[in-house]
Design a protein around this ligand. Structure first.
Ligand code: G3P
Ligand code: CA
Length: 386
């Protein structure tokens, strides 16, 4: 499959060859700290998940066409050791596997990071088997429009995404990056399918293991990031952070920092020893007040910058159900309708973040353009300049 992909809107069986397409963006440097009109970064979260089923080549392609600087895949391995783009190992919620009677016996309960999960698991399928499945929309109630794509797209491999990225960069004449996350790395290491050597090999195969390559690698588990470094990966690394609790590798060892420890000045200095960025839950940057409005910034951005770390919070979505109550539209607000997402994102951009994970890259590009447009008082003719 490497070297071919389905075009947006086309059946997944239709392939477009890429051999021989030059990449004008390849090899160019996009410094994540650069402050131009293409910064802060717009990171297409699982593709353009607000418009297409997540983790599909069609979704990634659309994200790039909507202006995303980076395409974000979550990565898990197949039984035969191939990295594919899925948010979690269980695929019952995002594919039609339940309709495949030949795989009915594969349904089971697995314990992943101490949580029992029932369903079908990527690592019980070879790539060839997985390719017989078709992707379905994860959020069919909120994103009913996206269910029109159910059954159209395959589960993509990481290699296919890298091929697509290169082709799109050439087509658009700009740098388009990838921002992969290693999912449940301790679990897969224990299962004999470690993610890190596969990621390192994929980057090397594509000539992307150079410090200036448009690649960021992210994980909630510091041990995964450190293993990538040990394997000689030189691209920027991103420590993901949650509002509470501790990373699974820390919990499994029985010692190590909690997320609360990691955002202290000492914790951030420690992260800066192996990573260049943090990816916090957006509530860790600007929390909601009890009345549903956005509160004051927590100071995490300033502390991270002080430690030399850039800040890329997750995840920004346009639908009312994902927005703070103060930013919802409609009386009453319909959960699936879009609210004032651009205003929400602009608030974070003005708090100094260096990039946003977004399900709607076009809206984030618009928010960024407002950030760069506003110099002095807002002109009366520009209603969206607040
Ligand atoms: O990787 C940033 C963000 O995507 C982490 O959350 O659950 O969407 O992978 P998740
Ligand atoms: Ca992710």
């Amino acid at each position: 499959m490497s070297g071919f992909w389905p075009t947006t809107g086309a059946d997944c069986g239709k392939k477009v060859p890429v051999t021989g397409v030059a990449e004008r963006g390849r090899g160019t440097t996009r410094s994540p700290s650069r402050r131009g009109t293409d910064s802060p970064l717009v990171i297409g979260h699982r593709g353009a998940s607000g418009y297409r089923p997540e983790h599909t080549l069609a979704g990634y392609e659309l994200a790039a066409r909507l202006g995303a600087d980076y395409l974000e895949p979550d990565l898990v391995p197949t039984k035969d050791g191939v990295l594919v783009c899925r948010h979690e190992p269980e695929i019952g919620d995002t594919t039609d596997v339940a309709d495949h009677r030949e795989f009915a016996a594969r349904k089971r309960t697995a314990v992943i990071d101490d949580v029992a999960v029932s369903g079908w698991f990527v690592h019980d399928f070879t790539l060839a088997e997985l390719k017989t499945l078709r992707v379905t929309e994860r959020l069919p109630t909120v994103r009913r429009h996206a269910t029109m794509w159910d059954g159209r797209f395959e589960v993509p491999t990481f290699a296919e995404l890298l091929d697509l990225r290169r082709w799109l960069a050439g087509e658009q004449g700009r740098s388009i990056g990838v921002y992969p996350e290693t999912k449940h790395p301790s679990f897969f290491r224990a299962a004999g399918l470690p993610l890190e050597p596969l990621v390192a090999a994929a980057l090397r195969r594509d000539g992307l293991n150079v410090a200036s390559a448009p690649v960021h690698l992210q994980s909630f588990e510091a041990s995964s990031l450190k293993e990538l470094r040990r394997l000689g990966v030189v691209v920027p690394l991103v420590q993901l952070l949650e509002e509470s609790g501790a990373p699974y590798d820390t919990l499994a060892r029985g010692d190590g920092p909690s997320y609360a420890d990691m955002i202290t000045p000492a914790g951030l200095a420690s992260i800066a020893g192996y990573a260049g960025n943090i990816g916090p839950d957006k509530a860790m940057v600007i929390p909601q007040r009890p009345d549903g409005t956005l509160g004051a910034p927590t100071g995490l951005v300033a502390r991270a910058h002080e430690a030399g770390l850039r800040v890329h919070p997750y995840t920004f979505r346009a639908e009312n159900t994902f927005l703070p109550p103060s930013h919802r539209l409609g009386s009453p607000p319909a959960p699936a309708d879009f609210g004032r997402a651009v205003d929400e994102q602009l608030t974070y951009l003005r708090a100094g973040v260096d990039g946003l994970f977004t399900d709607h890259p076009d809206l984030t590009v618009h928010a960024r353009s407002i950030l760069h447009t506003r110099v002095g008082p807002a002109p009366a003719s520009r209603q969206d300049v607040r």
